[in-house]
Design a protein around this ligand. Structure first.
Ligand code: GLY
Ligand code: MN
Ligand code: MN
Length: 436
C-alpha cells in the first residue's frame, strides 16, 4: 500500500474529528509465548489503516489544523543493538521520513508530552476500552491537566469512541484496498484448488492444511487471515474446528475454511468436497441444497438491498429443501417462524470482510438493517451441519457438515464474486478431483 493512501485516510479522519479536538490510537503490543519468544506480531488493523506503521510500542496522535503538525507518531527510538537482534525498526527519523509523520517522539516520553497535546482540546477520540493501559493513561493525563487548571488550561470534557468514525471508513473499500483483497482472494482460491487436488484418503487433516500454507507462502502471502479449518467428516459440524488432526477417510466429506492475508487484508473461503472425489447420494443432495441457498443469497447482493435479505433468502431455500429431503417436518413458513432450521443452520449468512476477517462496520443503522452499498465487501456462506447424534433424521444424513463460502464485492450494478476461481458445482468438483 502506498503512503498516499494512508495520507488520504488521515485527511478524511481529520475532517471528521474537527478542529479543536484530538484523536489517539495505539499500536498492537507484542505478546510473549515463552522466554525470549513472542507470538507472531500482527499490527492493530485500525492503527495500520491510518499509519501503515508496522511496529509495536507506537501511538499515533491526530490534531486537525495544528500549526506545528497534525500527525504525530510516538515510537521506539532507533537502537543499533535492538536492530541487530530483532531487525529493522524505523526510529524517529524513519517515522517522519518514510511514514510521513509531521513529527515523531520517543514512546518513552509519552507521559511528558501527551498532557500538553490534550490541553484545551474539547473532545478526545480514541478506541475506548480496547487497551486498558491507554484507557488508564488517558485519564491520568486528563487529571494532570485538571490539576493545573489554575494556570488557565482546560482539560478535555468529552471522550468519544474513535471506532465509530474509523469503522465506517473501513467498511467502504478503495481501489487500493480492493487490489489487495483481490490478491488475497486469488492466492487463497488457488490454494483451495491445490488442496482439492492433493486430497486423498489416508492423509491427515494437517497435511491438507500444510498444502494450503505452502501455496499461500509460495505466492508471497505468508500470513493467514485466521487459523485454517480442515475438517473431515463429522468434524465439519464443529464450526470453528481447528485441531486439524484426524485422518481422512474415503466416503467422508472434507470442509476447508481457509484464507490468506495480503498486506493486512483477508480472504475467507470455504469449500466442501468428497475425499474420494465422488459425492455419495445423500452428500450430493445436501450439498446441492447449500449451493442453491448460496445462489439465492448471492442474488440479493446489490446496492439498496437490506443486509438481512441474503440471510433470509438462504433460510428459505434451506428450510424448503430440508422439508423436501425429510430432515424437517411441517409447513415451511411455520418452520421458519419457529426457527427450526437453526438446529442445522445456526450461523448467519456472512459478515463484512476487510482487514479483519470478521471486519468492522455496523450491520444496523438506527436499529434497521443497513442497505448494501457499492464498495462494501462481505462473505456469503450458508451451511448445513447435521449432528452425528441427531435422532430425528435418517442415519444417512448424520455427521454431514457442509459450508460454501465466497467473498463478494458490492458493485454499482450488483456484485462481483472475488473467489469464483474455486470450483463449487458438484460436476466441477468431481471433474477436478478425477483428473488428479
Ligand atoms: N472463517 C471464519 C468465518 O468464515 O467466518
Ligand atoms: Mn466467513
Ligand atoms: Mn470462513
Amino acid at each position: 500500500m502506498k503512503q498516499i493512501e494512508f495520507k488520504k485516510r488521515r485527511k478524511h479522519l481529520m475532517q471528521r474529528i474537527g478542529k479543536g479536538n484530538i484523536a489517539l490510537i495505539g499500536s498492537a503490543s507484542t505478546r510473549a509465548r515463552n522466554r525470549d519468544v513472542d507470538y507472531p506480531f500482527r499490527q492493530d488493523s485500525d492503527f495500520y489503516y491510518l499509519t501503515g506503521f508496522n511496529e509495536p510500542n507506537a501511538l499515533a496522535v491526530f490534531i486537525p489544523d495544528r500549526e506545528q503538525g497534525e500527525y504525530l507518531l510516538f515510537c521506539r527510538e532507533f537502537d543499533e543493538k535492538k536492530a541487530l537482534w530483532e531487525g529493522a525498526h524505523a526510529g524517529l527519523e524513519g517515522a517522519t521520513e518514510h511514514f510521513e509523520a509531521d513529527d515523531a517522539f520517543p514512546i518513552d516520553d509519552l507521559n511528558d508530552i501527551l498532557p500538553g497535546l490534550l490541553e484545551n482540546k474539547t473532545k478526545v477520540f480514541y478506541p475506548m476500552g480496547r487497551d486498558s493501559e491507554l484507557d488508564h493513561s488517558l485519564l491520568e493525563w486528563i487529571n494532570h491537566i485538571r490539576s493545573q487548571s489554575r494556570t488557565g488550561v482546560v482539560a478535555p470534557g468529552e471522550l468519544v469512541s474513535l471506532e465509530h468514525i474509523l469503522h465506517e471508513m473501513r467498511l467502504f473499500k478503495s481501489a487500493a484496498e480492493l487490489k489487495l483483497m483481490r490478491r488475497a482472494a486469488e492466492v487463497s482460491a488457488a490454494a483451495h484448488v491445490a488442496a482439492m487436488q492433493k486430497c486423498k484418503a489416508g492423509l491427515y487433516e494437517y497435511q491438507i492444511e500444510a498444502e494450503l500454507l505452502y501455496h499461500f507462502a509460495q505466492n508471497g502471502l505468508r500470513a493467514v487471515a485466521y487459523p485454517s479449518i480442515v475438517a473431515a467428516g463429522k468434524n465439519a459440524c464443529t464450526l470453528h474446528y481447528t485441531e486439524n488432526a484426524d485422518k481422512l477417510k474415503s466416503g467422508d466429506l472434507l470442509l476447508i475454511d481457509a484464507g490468506a492475508e495480503c498486506d493486512h487484508y483477508a480472504a475467507d473461503i470455504t469449500r466442501t468436497f468428497p475425499i474420494s472425489g465422488r459425492f455419495s447420494e445423500p452428500q450430493k443432495q445436501l450439498y446441492q441444497l447449500v449451493l442453491d441457498a448460496q445462489s439465492a443469497a448471492l442474488e440479493q447482493i446489490k446496492p439498496g438491498t437490506p443486509w438481512n435479505q441474503a440471510h433470509d433468502a438462504s433460510v428459505e431455500v434451506l428450510t424448503k429443501g430440508l422439508v423436501e429431503l425429510g430432515l424437517l417436518k411441517g409447513k415451511v413458513k411455520k418452520l421458519i417462524k419457529d426457527e427450526k432450521y437453526k438446529q442445522f443452520y445456526m450461523h448467519r449468512i456472512g459478515h463484512w470482510l476487510g482487514m479483519d476477517v470478521h471486519d468492522v462496520g455496523d450491520y444496523k443503522i438506527s436499529q434497521e438493517w443497513r442497505l448494501l452499498e457499492q464498495g462494501m465487501v462481505l462473505t456469503v456462506e450458508p451451511g448445513l451441519y447435521i449432528p452425528v447424534d441427531c435422532k430425528t433424521v435418517d442415519a444417512k444424513w448424520r455427521g454431514i457438515g457442509i459450508r460454501i463460502e465466497d467473498d463478494v464485492l458490492v458493485t454499482a450494478q450488483g456484485h462481483e464474486v472475488l473467489t469464483s476461481a474455486v470450483p463449487k458445482t458438484v460436476e466441477d468438483i468431481e471433474a477436478l478431483m478425477q483428473v488428479h
